[in-house]
Design a protein. Sequence first.
Length: 314
Amino acid sequence: MNRVSMFGVASLFRTSQHPRPLGQQTCLSMFNGFTSSNSQFVPPAVLGGVRFIAARRSWYWRKTGWWEWRRRIMHAKNKSLHARRHIWPRYEDPLEDPPKKGGGHVWKFKKTGIKFSARRIVDWARLTKGLHLQDAIDWLAAIPVNRLQPIFELLKYAQKQIMNDFQGDPGRLYVQGIEYNYGQPLKYLRYHARGHFGLVRSWRNTIILRVRELPLNEYYHRLYVMAKCPRSLPMDMRVALHEKRVGPEAIREWWPYLTASTRFKHRKNLKWLDCTRQFDYYSTRRDWITRYQANLLRRTNEMRQSRGLAPLAQ
């Protein structure tokens, strides 16, 4: 018996001694791409368990294969998801302003002599752009980088100035953006090897911070309709409830903002009310703004009474 026939007999003997079950043969044919169940191909994935079908790769990968066609798909998906979160009024009211984005007071603060390059300033500015001012302060305070101290101090100074000098609402302050300007570099000599000296330039750039106070109409749409709360707001609410500084009746009023679960249920309820024509955008906005202004007035009167001043008239 030659060598080829010996291998053939051995293969037939192994097949007869260890026949494959019918279910496994079907799985093998599916994996191998044939319609027959007599395929002799045994992939390693089948021998290890039931994971015999290769999973389909998702079209969204953040690190690899970020081609232009995939970017267009992802941008369209994000745009549709973002538009689905909105609830617009179903009629036009001439006495009410339609929901829009933009406007409000904008304050500008500048700090010179920053030992940051332009690239570093742009990198750190991306972390705070569009955030609530208190969230931006908390975010930079949690980063253990000593060189971020000038930007952190600028944010704290802007918050203090707006609240104390300009009587701004701290709950509606958002970072519009951080810009930079080139400054005059600081030149000094540095000793090098073999008795040589070199001229070193250390940049001193300027940072410009812009803080915008959202109008009440835009703040209502962002906070109540879209449920995009600053991270500091629900945290303060949960701490106040835990320390029993407010009564349990505040849970009903703070329900749309407390946790991610309550915010999701609140948006789901608003969607259902809007689909059944039970949600009036303008009347709900008027009631929400009235309650918000009443809370601001109560806060101001409590602060004045703590200092021995007369409360403001309503």
